[in-house]
Design a protein around this ligand. Structure first.
Ligand code: ADP
Ligand code: AMP
Length: 213
């Protein structure tokens, strides 16, 4: 099963993708996590990606597509995956489509997690992330058991550099311009499913399970 998570930054894509991955035994593939791991390890890829991420802009398609295709070519992705944060532009979606086409495969579900812009800034300012395993928390809505420590792997939680209010506003505007058109793109392919992302995260996941079966 190949699943794509759509939605604004902070809509809860990562939170839901993790739950889907666990329940359906699929790898969770997040381009943002891959970039952040590269930044942490000070790689050339990380240095280049950071210049865009810090401004709330998208990393260029060419670079992003390359790392994504490398990742999904790995063995654990053979039976499917949950893509979180990719595609973010129409050209990215087209490359994914044509690569899948070559294999006689396709995207099965594009799940759009809908959350109005007003809620997003609040969510992002409370977001805390684990850079080691990619788990995400919220200081009020989804707190870790021990403050500042990841439940899943025990590492220290951090506030992401790009979760500052000004950067979040730019990311939202980039989302509306470049990513939102993907909703129509996947609707036209008949695989779009929409969930109300303002509900409690467990309820959102129940809605997603009903869709995936
Ligand atoms: P995205 O991957 O779409 O950028 P995240 O999954 O990281 O979003 O969620 C953004 C923030 O909102 C995080 O702090 C997360 O814990 C919190 N969050 C996720 N889902 C919900 C929800 N349904 N209700 C309230 N807060 C949520
Ligand atoms: P995320 O963790 O999904 O919120 O992504 C964080 C940042 O990484 C984004 O604001 C972009 O700068 C960059 N990024 C992640 N995925 C992509 C993508 N598919 N295309 C371009 N940039 C991306």
């Amino acid at each position: 099963m190949k699943i794509i998570m759509l939605g604004a930054p902070g809509a809860g894509k990562g939170t839901q993708a993790k739950m889907i991955a666990e329940t359906y035994k699929l790898p969770h593939v997040s381009t943002g996590d891959i970039f952040r791991a590269n930044i942490k390890n000070n790689t050339e890829l990380g240095k280049e990606a950071k210049t865009y991420m810090d401004k709330g802009e998208l990393v260029p398609d060419e670079l992003t597509v390359r790392i994504l295709l490398d990742r999904v070519a790995q063995d654990d992705c053979k039976n499917g995956y949950v893509l979180d944060g990719f595609p973010r532009t129409i050209p990215q979606a087209e490359v994914l489509d044509s690569e899948l086409d070559k294999l006689g495969e396709k995207v099965d579900f594009a799940i759009d997690v809908e959350v109005p812009d007003e809620n997003i800034v609040r969510r992002m300012s409370g977001r805390r992330a684990c850079l080691k395993c990619g788990a995400t928390y919220h200081i009020v809505h989804i707190p870790p058991k021990k403050e500042g420590i990841c439940d899943a792997c025990g590492s220290e939680l951090v506030q992401r550099d790009d979760d500052k209010e000004e950067t979040v506003k730019n990311r939202l505007s980039v989302y509306h311009q470049q990513t939102q058109p993907l909703i129509d793109f996947y609707d036209n392919k008949g695989v779009l499913k929409t969930v109300d992302g303002t509900k409690d995260s467990a309820e959102v996941f129940e809605d997603i399970k009903r869709i995936l079966g």
